[in-house]
Write a protein that binds this ligand. Structure first.
Ligand SMILES: [Zn+2]
Length: 281
């Protein structure tokens, strides 16, 4: 079977991870811009990071037969410094035309502060002005519900933002309904230390249905890994779901969301004909 990891921070991962993904059937990944594990000292540091995302990492991924796409932004954590945030935002529009940039992300909130909201709103403005897809980071643990509500409010109050062009990531049982009720895509992050386990991920898929959900590993510099995506698919199949259903979740859904940007080149597989699914590895 072929997989897409819709959210992974490849710059923090080893070559062994690329080899694993290639063997497991991952054919494409999308990498949102995020915190590096430390606060960067200046806007120029983000300029180098964006070059890494736009130029270097696609070449690295290509060696393993994986298509690498990315998203640009200043993350919520470093957005606490509004002055720095505004300098970084200026670097983004000239890069939006690059062939592997899918949109603005992962923007959102971390501690739900006034400064974070200011920079979040300014990046939504950039997305709206340049007609970009949006990938949203929602806060961790106890800040998640309130933060998701604030984010949904900001997005719904802007008439230029079409909800089907936004993915609210790191949803859990208590926030997924909020994302979907507003018509947004939902992201399910399988990252057992702070987020969802493969079992919980499958419970959520079964309880809420598989429409407009993208499952991802969000692998980064922490205790995480690309195998969380494939382990979730194994758990999904072990529960009796068919190959066609697995393709819908782990391949077709990311293609549907990302495919709204014409730069995305993978196409939805027709799972209505069993014969077509035989071609999937
Ligand atoms: Zn992330």
């Amino acid at each position: 079977m072929q997989y897409i990891d819709p959210h992974i921070h490849c710059v923090s991962r080893t070559t062994d991870d690329y080899i694993y993904m290639s063997r497991a059937g991952v054919v494409a990944v999308s990498e949102p811009a995020f915190w590096a594990g430390y606060d960067r000292s200046c806007a120029a540091s983000f300029g180098d990071y964006f070059r890494h995302l736009v130029d270097i990492e696609p070449k690295r991924a290509a060696k393993y037969g994986i298509d690498h796409y990315c998203w640009l932004c200043i993350n919520a954590k470093e957005a606490e410094n509004v002055e720095l945030g505004r300098e970084v935002i200026k670097l983004i529009p000239p890069l939006l035309g690059q062939p592997t940039v899918l949109g603005i992300g992962e923007i959102g909130l971390n501690k739900n502060t006034r400064n974070e909201i200011t920079i979040f709103e300014e990046q939504v403005e950039i997305a709206a002005t340049h007609d970009q897809l949006i990938l949203i980071h929602t806060p961790h643990l106890h800040d998640k519900h309130k933060g998701t509500a604030i984010i949904c409010d900001v997005l719904k109050n802007d008439r230029r933002i079409r909800p089907e062009r936004v993915l609210i990531d790191h949803c859990e049982e208590h926030t997924i309904r909020m994302a979907r009720d507003h018509g947004f895509w939902a992201g399910l992050t399988v990252y057992p230390v702070t987020k969802v386990t493969p079992q919980r991920g499958c419970d959520i898929l079964e309880e809420f249905g598989t429409q407009m959900i993208c499952v991802n590993s969000a692998s980064d510099w922490g205790e995480s890994g690309p195998h969380m995506l494939t382990d979730t698919c194994r758990e999904f199949r072990a529960r009796g779901h068919t190959t066609q259903e697995a393709i819908e979740v782990f391949y077709n859904n990311p293609c549907r969301f990302f495919g709204q940007n014409p730069k995305w080149k993978h196409r939805v597989i027709d799972t209505s004909e069993p014969a077509n699914t035989n071609r999937a590895r």
